[in-house]
Design a protein around this ligand. Structure first.
Ligand SMILES: O=C[C@H](O)COP(=O)(O)O
Length: 255
């Protein structure tokens, strides 16, 4: 069985050096009974510090974005996958809905970033998800097909084998209104079926995690879905206690 169980935290634009130190001490102390893969994605400026603090543990460090370019050059403000790797990161979030909505990231940019991360040895956590308007207009599958289709079309089988897919309905992010376990399972099964059209093997091995108001008190129910392999956690990942409680609720999972 491929164990697809994976829980990642996304700190977004939160935290400080001192928070990194407090959090990493507390999380490593609580990690003993967590069996799923674990990563924490922090602002670029804290990546090196977190990776240093997590050295020797099984907890991975991640960024929250990556440049489309790999080679050094005149790209003011950008951070390459090579730089992330140099700072000790092994994951990065790509195509989060906040970046799609606020920073104009298109499906093509998401594909380019996904491939750039992989080329640098960084595993991308690629986010897809519909807005409330799109759900109400009954276009969820169309939207997801387009977002995921771009990644499937733009990446080789080998590249796809390196990604984690995150389903994050935009209406559930930071709202306290999570998708129901049934809604999450339904969409995850749909996403997995889309991947299976490309490759059965890939659909069985690829982790599809859910993001959107996951908390310690709803994690177990959300994780009960056969196709829900874990979570991408925002707000509740800022505290080691709640993040560890969520990760502890994720059992080994795969097919
Ligand atoms: O990347 C994480 C998601 O945007 C979920 O954030 P949230 O758990 O604060 O709703």
């Amino acid at each position: 069985m491929t164990d697809r169980a994976f829980v990642a935290g996304n700190w977004k634009m939160n935290g400080s050096l001192s928070d990194i130190d407090t959090f990493s001490n507390a999380l490593t102390a609580r990690a003993a009974d967590i069996s799923c893969g674990l990563a924490v994605c922090v602002p670029f400026v804290y990546v090196a510090r977190l990776a240093e603090r997590l050295k020797g543990s099984d907890i991975a460090t991640g960024g929250q974005d990556v440049a489309t370019e790999i080679e050094p050059g005149a790209f003011t403000g950008e951070v390459s996958g090579t730089m992330l790797a140099d700072c000790g990161a092994t994951f990065t979030v790509v195509g989060h809905s906040e970046r799609r909505a606020m920073y104009g990231e298109t499906d093509d940019i998401v594909v380019a970033k996904t491939r750039a991360a992989i080329a640098c040895g960084i595993q991308p956590i690629v986010c897809v998800g519909e807005t409330l308007e799109e759900r109400e207009a009954d276009t969820v599958e169309t939207v997801l097909k387009r977002q995921l289709g771009a990644v499937l079309d733009g990446c080789s089988d080998e590249e796809l084998g390196r990604i984690v897919l995150a389903y994050e309905p935009v209406w559930a992010i930071g709202t306290g209104r999570s998708a129901t376990p049934e809604q999450a399972q339904e969409i995850h099964a749909f996403l997995r079926s889309q991947i299976a059209e490309r490759s059965d093997t890939l659909s069985r091995s690829l982790s599809i995690v859910y993001g959107g108001s996951v908390k310690p008190d709803n994690a177990e129910a959300i994780f009960a879905g056969d196709d829900v392999d874990g979570a991408l956690v925002g707000g509740a990942s800022l505290k080691a206690d709640s993040f560890a409680d969520i990760a502890r609720a994720m059992p080994s999972h795969g097919a």
